[in-house]
Design a protein around this ligand. Structure first.
Ligand code: PEP
Ligand code: MN
Length: 336
């Protein structure tokens, strides 16, 4: 339920209203805007008398929210959310480009790629240490050793780092990680999401291979309901009947998620298509559709990559892509 309160309400009246709502065993999420304050009521609101609330002179509107996601809902929080991630921001006008290899493979590799993507315009460095591979016989990532190298690369370049977590048991290793990624395969690992909700770290949640946008928002809700509101959503392609590309990039997810939620939405064109030469056009389409950022795989030697070489850009290709994305952003400024 949403209760819109006029900004000229006296503090005492406002506090009384909050106390009364809380006494109904419902949590209140307060979102203060320039002209009005939106109270998002979370919990069982079925016994709350809407007419009684509407009758208060400080209340201008009461609406029941039918969607099961509340904290993530734009109705609860009309303004865009900006997430602070180390020394970079994503959302509400801050476009963040995350680039780096699929997997961290060696010190030389991650440091070289980190320097190259920084020089080419990346705002964040990515690199997988714990890799969710379809086959147990494929390279599983360098795990804790990989994380140490990624942290080295952060020290070397100053870029905030993004990396995937596969189990809540590994959380102590993620202390120096700026953004924790929940991969597509773990989007509905509810126990993991709840544990991440107890941290204060920005969490990047990738859409599952066969999940709806509402399910993605419910995953965000799992983290937010535990107290961590620092969520970034990521469209990374979904599985369809098409086989020419690794997945099918659902560009409509970007404006639709923006309509449904206040959370930042980024796109991962690399996993969406699986083919390096398609990454640039998909990245441009995501930027034009209003994405708040991109995640792009970059490798210093894609042919030799231990994972996802076919979709990895060289640093030079990434530089060209990042520049073209900036041109698109400039062109659409003020239009999305
Ligand atoms: C990744 O970003 O490295 C990854 C495994 O992506 P996804 O979870 O989207 O497949
Ligand atoms: Mn990958």
């Amino acid at each position: 339920m949403i209760v819109v309160v006029n900004n000229n309400a006296a503090k005492e009246q406002f506090d009384n209203l909050i106390n009364w709502i809380e006494s109904q065993n419902v949590r209140v999420h307060i979102s203060s805007g320039e002209y009005q304050t939106v109270l998002g009521l979370i919990g069982d609101t079925s016994r709350i008398d809407t007419e009684l609330l509407e009758g208060l002179d400080i209340v201008s509107q009461v609406t029941r929210v039918t969607e099961p996601f509340k904290n993530a809902n734009r109705k609860f929080h009309p303004e865009n959310t900006c997430i602070d991630c180390g020394n970079a921001k994503i959302g509400d006008g801050h476009f963040g480009i995350i680039a780096g290899p699929c997997s961290i493979e060696s010190e030389e590799q991650i440091i070289e790629v980190a320097k190259a993507v920084k020089e080419a315009g990346a705002d964040f460095l990515r690199g997988g240490a714990f890799k969710p591979r379809t086959s147990p016989y494929d390279f599983q990532g360098m795990r804790a050793d990989g994380l140490k190298l990624l942290i080295e690369a952060k020290k070397e370049t100053g870029l905030p780092i993004v990396t995937e977590i596969m189990s809540a048991e590994h959380l102590p290793l993620f202390e120096d990680v700026d953004v924790i990624q929940v991969g597509a395969r773990n989007m509905q690992n509810f126990e993991l999401l709840k544990e991440l909700g107890k941290t204060k770290k920005p969490i990047l949640i990738k859409r599952g291979l066969a999940n709806t946008l509402k399910e993605l928002l419910m995953s965000a809700e799992y983290v937010m309901s535990e107290g961590n509101e620092n969520i970034i959503l990521c469209e990374r392609g979904i599985r369809t009947y098409e086989t020419a590309t690794r997945n099918t990039f659902d560009v409509s997810a970007i404006p639709m998620l923006h309509e449904l939620s206040h959370l930042p939405v980024i796109a991962d064109p690399s996993h969406a298509c699986g083919i390096a030469r398609l990454v640039k056009p998909l990245a441009l389409s995501a930027a034009a559709a209003g994405a708040d950022g991109l995640m792009i795989e970059v490798h210093n030697n894609p042919q030799k990559a231990l994972c996802d070489g076919a979709q990895s850009l060289t640093p030079a290709q990434f530089k060209e892509t990042a520049q073209a994305v900036k041109n698109v952003l400039q062109a659409i400024k003020g239009d999305v």
